[in-house]
Write a protein that binds this ligand. Sequence first.
Ligand code: ADP
Ligand code: MG
Length: 387
Amino acid sequence: MTLQFQTLQDVSVKDMRVLIREDFNVPVARGVVQSDLRIRAAIPGIKQILKDAAQVILMSHLGRPEPGILQPAFSLQPVAERLQYLLEFPVTFIKEWPPKSIKPSDGLVLLENVRFLPGEIENDPRLAKTMADLCDIFVLDAFGSAHRAHASTVGVIEFAPKAVAGPLLTSEVTSLDRGMKNPKHPVVAIIGGAKISSKLEVLQSLTSIVDVLIIGGGMANTFLAAQHKTIGASLYEADLLASARDLLIRSEQQGCTILLPTDCVTQNDEHKSLDAVRAMDKIVDIGVATRKLFAEQISKAATILWNGPMGVFEDPRFAQGTKDVAKAIANSKAYSIVGGGDTLAAIEKINLTSKFSYISTGGGAFLEYIEGKSLPAIAALINKSKK
Ligand code: ADP
Ligand code: MG
């Protein structure tokens, strides 16, 4: 597969000022990073550039602060600390904008949250130009932010003297393409999570790619309701019944088999077949028979895509369905891709992260990529490579 954009491999950063856009949008509580998966994923790229560059500046967003006001809860300071610890290399954290006081002796620099800057989200060209002025080469390594057309993603690419993809972004794109474009069959996708509404386009895109589409989690309820099964008081989206029905019909026409749960666990921790679900019951996990059914299908796959927990995994009583799916994928020899914020939180808990072929740290961008959408920052890179 040939890439349509230039990568770090195609250029020399020797003695250059390099600005890297990272995705350090990680959960922070009371000034401490709660999951550093995204920071760790960025480290190989930073190390590689640090070896040769004259100066390395990192920038990222964190959360959704009010622009124009410094809000401590959204500061990247805790990320600077964690990064320094993981890299075993000093990190200079700079809050001022524009950062006029950067000295060569500052070594590796991390700038404060770009979303504090007015114009970031609007992709104000003046802000993008100020960012671009900080570098000789801009490196986009924030796959998780590539679906946003902001000043620090799209805008800066347009103004930078040169712009290339970093190693994380490059491996995200090549790994996801391997699962999505000409994948080895059979392809099995497992989609879960709370709602169909957030993933309708993902489901629609997958029915034309995969051989088997397994649906679990809260979103399975609407499909079950569309088949006139009883789901009691479970989470379900009445306004999406027609879409669910359409998807079931369309998938059949496309030769894609949809698998739905046949039994469940309810909020009182009772195991039930769907026929036994009562009006007051809430379905919170897939049942034992369903776990077996899903695992069997997963074991036959040559390519696996997984996004979305099978149940309310935050409660350990209702995490078993998600764990069993994770284990089935971990035991498979198939090429497996896993992504999604909550899905990663679930697999981090059970220490299975090393067993998948590829773990995407992309979150929302991962989902949009699977939908087959063009991500604006990647499109900007492609454009830049043509120039
Ligand atoms: P991801 O972030 O991996 O894409 P989602 O955000 O779509 O996943 O979904 C995760 C959420 O779905 C979790 O908070 C989980 O509790 C919820 N969920 C899963 N199954 C159910 C269910 N049966 N009923 C209600 N919520 C559920
Ligand atoms: Mg989520």
